[in-house]
Design a protein around this ligand. Structure first.
Ligand code: TYM
Length: 331
């Protein structure tokens, strides 16, 4: 079986539609055909300002949401990144192979360091993509299901794997990004020139755990384009195109089919129907997440079992990699 690894930040507590359609939906689907490792990346969540109590809470909420969305802890290893210290152990070696210049070119670092400036940002924010590479390589993953915004980090991961293999002998599988068609980049509802993101104002971001009434309101208030025909046109009608993409991904109906369906009707009809499609989707997810959170001990047990399985694989990789680079094996 091919091996798959992916991770998601717990930062906002609730995931959003972009996370789900760009990445998590593939996580769930891949469980049928791959050996999957999925983690809540809490180490990545401290690269920028954070609150410890909130982080702990959001990590649990994230894990519960993943299960509610269909990640099956029996079939897949679901765990919290900080429970598997091998990620950090491998990360150091990769940091010593990564070049300052290539890390400086990462667009996510450039975006995220804008607030504090590069000088005021944490070193962890800078080395973030190298830890991400370690997350992936430590499992010898073949595929990494992610949204479009992670493509550059995956390229870095491939470069580091290839560099290590070239210098120390074949050690790592060089992983491929698995980016979905159609929903690889869900746009913000208020600023459809940007990707949907937890760091923009919440009115443009549909959180899965939002009250369904709030969700419906966000969709009804989505920024649309001039004109009134419901047709996909990424350049001329980015807002409408985005709403059609979300509808299509959740309803399973193709965009041309939806254009047909809305022929002769207006933007308001699209929004009204989409609000229903989205609330029908999120309502059971919300309930299931709450149920899982109500049994915290069981959730923690699940995560411990996932981490134990993950450590078996990750430990083997770290031992091999440490030996290859010349560390004296501990007796
Ligand atoms: P994160 O937590 O920002 O996002 C989780 C996943 O959601 C996808 N995504 C989107 N897809 C489509 N449209 C959007 N608007 C949108 N916003 C987010 C992301 O592409 C991602 O797949 N660095 C990663 C976390 C990470 C990771 C890893 C991923 C850490 N280690 C190892 C894969 C493998 C991140 O910040 O994702």
């Amino acid at each position: 079986l091919p091996r798959v690894l992916s991770g998601i930040q717990p930062t906002a507590g609730s995931f959003h539609l972009g996370n789900y359609l760009g990445a998590l939906r593939q996580w769930v689907a891949l469980q049928d055909t791959a050996e999957a490792f999925y983690c809540v990346v809490d180490l990545h969540a401290i690269t920028m300002d954070w609150d410890p109590e909130e982080l702990r809470r959001n990590t649990l909420v994230s894990a519960a949401q993943l299960v509610a969305l269909g990640v099956d802890p029996q079939r897949s290893s679901l765990f919290v990144q900080s429970h598997v210290p091998e990620h950090v152990q491998l990360s150091w070696v990769l940091e010593c192979l990564a070049r300052f210049g290539e890390a400086s070119r990462m667009t996510q670092f450039k975006d995220k360091s804008q607030r504090e400036g590069t000088g005021g940002s944490s070193v962890g924010l800078f080395t973030y993509p190298v830890l991400q590479a370690a997350d992936i390589l430590v499992y010898q993953a073949d595929e990494v299901p992610v949204g479009e915004d992670q493509r550059q980090h995956l390229e870095l991961t491939r470069d580091l794997a290839t560099r290590f293999n070239g210098r120390f002998g074949e050690t790592f599988t060089v992983p491929a990004a698995r980016i979905p068609q159609g929903a690889a980049k869900i746009l913000d509802l208020q600023s459809p020139e940007k990707k949907m993101s937890k760091s923009l104002p919440p009115a443009g971001c549909v959180f899965l755990l939002d009250d369904p009434k709030v969700t419906a309101k966000k969709i009804r208030s989505a920024v649309t384009d001039t004109g009134r025909e419901v047709v996909a046109d990424p350049v001329g009608k980015p807002g409408i195109t985005n709403l059609l993409a979300i509808h299509s991904a959740l309803s399973g109906r193709s965009v041309p089919e939806l254009e047909e369906h809305f022929a002769g009707r207006g933007y308001g009809d699209l929004k009204k129907e989409l609000a229903e499609v989205v609330t029908d989707f999120v309502t059971p997810i919300r309930e299931r997440t709450q149920e899982l959170l109500d049994d915290r001990a069981e959730l923690e047990r699940l995560l411990a079992a996932g981490a134990a399985r993950a450590r078996e694989v990750a430990g083997q990789t770290v031992r091999t990699a440490y030996e290859r680079v010349g560390f004296l094996p501990p007796v």
